[in-house]
Design a protein around this ligand. Structure first.
Ligand code: SAM
Ligand code: SF4
Length: 421
């Protein structure tokens, strides 16, 4: 979502005569778009500011504007000015549309209201890619997991109307986009206006698939409690919807899930996975895990490891619990750092093994791949399989934008190689 927001900030400034630079010290305007999800985010921003200031002063250039945007801006607010006086403007993730005017008028210093509705109406949408594009359809969260800053930094749940989303997609189609990746902190909680009523994600997916030029649709990130039957069935009926789902569980222990205020159980998650697999047996599963949440015992951790063995993930992301100020879990007693580290390492080895095995199972078979960029080597192209794996190939012909059925000859830990064309 930060990539999406950064592109929108860039698009807001292009009509004002700005263009992107490759060297920070050449810039007239520097925007640091920040994430606050885990610890040290704010510290990293302050050290980046220092690094940027040094680069400019080395070049004896002092007339640049420095902006801190994103969730660190939202969380730190005015405090940023106290710690980094060189910062000119601070804008939160739901009010960055105000930035051009703030700079133009040079009056306000901070904009941190939750103006989701206004924001999308003021944005400009230019494609940043040639094949595949992110589209933010839902923002914010009302779920208040005890470890998470999102409800405080991105605000409450907001869904964009269907027409607005489709109008944005039309602009990307005009520029040749063939794949859309729908984004939301809880994308499957989507409940926007369409056809004069509240509609769900399955409806939106169906409506988007009516665009002939759109060949593939993906969405992320989903919450187990919003995994409706209509969405599960869309994975059978909607041929453009890719057989991959990112569905975080965080922990395999009900005891920890309760402390996390996740409001779902291990069994509920497994039921959803079984339902998905019974309807679409080849669906690739992905998840997020937090290791070392306060109070996590060896038994709790074993339950998480067992769940991973039971589900078998094609890929998954895992993090050590990071206490975030302002969240309920911040006050809980953190567990020993070495225990956390050892558990994370064991969990990541298991996930890596599963990813390796998943990729290996395609060697000798054909896979459908959408090629979207050039690789590092000569005549090399990289794309994504229907299961979201990275696939590379050598070809004399330009394959960018092509959807091909390719024979897989080799797998690495994180990617697949297809037969030379
Ligand atoms: N809405 C999604 C869900 O409910 O699973 C997750 C969105 S969150 C922006 C992305 C991931 O960051 C989470 O799934 C979680 O694993 C991780 N995360 C969030 N807060 C964290 C914390 N305090 N410590 C460690 N990881 C955290
Ligand atoms: Fe954060 Fe996701 Fe929980 Fe919302 S549902 S509070 S975004 S982890």
């Amino acid at each position: 979502m930060n990539v999406y927001d950064s592109n929108r900030i860039k698009d807001l400034f292009e009509p004002k005569g700005y263009s992107q630079t490759s060297k920070v010290e050449d810039a007239d305007l520097v925007v640091l778009n920040t994430c606050h999800i885990r610890e040290k985010a704010a510290e990293k921003v302050y050290s980046d500011i220092g690094r940027i200031e040094k680069k400019f002063s080395k070049n004896k250039k002092h007339d640049y504007k420095l902006v801190v945007a994103g969730c660190v801006a939202q969380a730190e607010g005015i405090e940023i000015k106290n710690r980094a006086p060189r910062v000119d403007y601070v804008v939160g993730p739901q009010s960055y549309q105000n930035l051009p005017e703030m700079i133009n008028k040079n009056k306000e210093f901070i904009s941190d209201d939750f103006l989701q509705n206004e924001k999308f109406k003021s944005l400009i949408f230019k494609s940043s890619n040639i094949v595949s594009e992110f589209i933010s359809i839902q923002e914010g969260c009302d779920k208040f997991c005890s470890f998470c800053v999102v409800p405080y930094t991105r605000g409450s749940e907001f869904s964009r109307p269907v027409k607005e989303i489709k109008d944005e997609i039309k602009q990307y189609i005009d520029q040749g986009i063939q794949e859309v990746i729908l984004l939301g902190q809880n994308v499957n909680a989507y409940h926007g206006q369409g056809n004069n009523k509240d509609v769900d994600l399955a409806y939106l997916l169906e409506s988007i698939s009516e665009f002939e030029q759109i060949k593939r649709i993906r969405y992320m990130t989903s919450h187990p409690n919003d995994m409706s039957d209509s969405l599960i069935n869309a994975h059978v009926s909607n041929k453009k919807l890719m057989p991959f789902i990112h569905l975080p569980i965080q922990s395999g222990s009900d005891n920890i899930l309760k402390k996390m205020n996740r409001k779902h159980t291990r069994n509920k998650y497994l039921e959803i996975v079984n339902k998905l697999k019974s309807k679409r047996p080849d669906i690739a599963m992905s998840s997020d895990f937090i290791v070392g949440f306060p109070g996590e015992s060896d038994d709790d951790f074993d339950l998480t490891m067992n769940l991973i063995k039971e589900v078998e993930f094609s890929i998954a992301y895992s993090f050590m619990f990071s206490p975030r100020p302002g969240t309920p879990a911040y006050k809980l007693t953190d567990i020993d750092k070495n225990i956390k580290k050892a558990r994370l390492s064991a969990l990541q080895s298991l996930l890596k093994e599963q990813q390796k095995n998943f990729n290996k199972s395609f060697v000798g078979k054909e896979l459908e791949v959408l090629f979207d960029r050039k690789g590092r080597n000569q005549n090399q192209y990289i794309g994504r399989s229907i299961y979201n794996q990275s696939v590379f190939i050598t070809s004399k012909e330009n394959l960018i934008g092509k959807i091909l059925q390719v024979p897989i000859i080799r797998s690495t830990d994180f990617a697949l190689e297809a037969k030379k064309q």
